[in-house]
Design a protein around this ligand. Structure first.
Ligand code: SAM
Length: 221
């Protein structure tokens, strides 16, 4: 007989407890979260605090030196990735918004990691396609428009070194991925992306229930 499924559902109290029991955010992160909250509605796009901690630790633990992020917004995930890199590491950030990424630039400067980060403002598919073909990246974070995920996946995976990681956000889409009545274009795109990852023989992958769901995929040798 198979064992009972093993997971702990979160409520607000348990989530608060979990957030309080990780390494605390510093002043740069606290300020960035406050500034982003003042934007109102768009603030929902920011990665969750525990995702930010997790990204930094994942980058540091894997020894990644060259990273790419698709979807920078006000900069919390990029700040985390940049902080996980060594001093001579490099992070290429892709976004279409000068306005939102202006906050990111300030946070990178305050944290002393601005020299590690290059920001390109253009549709990410165009920027990625124009990059050299040879393996370039050790680590990638995908968190932009959901319809674009398959293109970002393909363009990054071919430039990822064997053993490198691609992390993709929002793969549970608030649980809508398993609700047949949910058919808006974002959830359809996320379902399609999840199937594409599953069927891709070039990677091994796991989906983690952190925030809105993270897929971590490792390129096989
Ligand atoms: C969910 S937010 C990213 C959140 C960010 N990772 C953080 O930690 O705050 C998505 C971002 O993708 C950007 N975006 C949307 N479509 C894009 C595209 N075609 N190319 C590049 N960036 C895009 C948006 O401008 C937005 O800043």
């Amino acid at each position: 007989m198979l064992p009972e499924p093993k997971f702990t559902a979160l409520d607000d109290a348990l989530y608060g407890y979990m957030l309080a029991h990780r390494s605390p955010d510093d002043e740069v992160v606290r300020e960035l979260r406050e500034e982003t909250a003042r934007l109102g509605g768009p603030a929902v796009m920011q990665v969750a605090p525990e995702q930010a901690t997790f990204l930094r630790m994942l980058v540091a633990a894997t020894g990644a030196r060259r990273a790419v992020e698709v979807g920078t917004f006000t900069g919390l995930s990029s700040l985390s990735i940049a902080r996980g890199l060594p001093v001579d590491g490099r992070l290429l950030c892709l976004d279409v918004s000068e306005e939102w990424t202006a906050l990111a630039r300030r946070a990178w400067a305050k944290a002393g990691v601005a020299e590690r980060v290059e920001l390109r403002i253009a549709p990410a598919a165009e920027t990625l396609r124009a990059l050299p073909e040879q393996p370039t990246f050790d680590f990638a974070f995908i968190d932009a428009d959901k319809k674009g995920y398959p293109v970002y996946w393909e363009e990054i995976l071919r430039r990822l070194r064997p053993g490198g990681l691609i992390v993709a956000d929002n793969v549970l889409w608030d649980g809508d991925v398993v609700r047949p009545e949910a058919q808006d274009e974002d959830v359809v795109a996320i379902r399609r992306f999840n199937e594409l990852v599953l069927a891709d023989p070039r990677v091994e992958s796991v989906m983690l229930a952190i925030a809105d769901g993270l897929t971590i995929a490792r390129k096989l040798l």
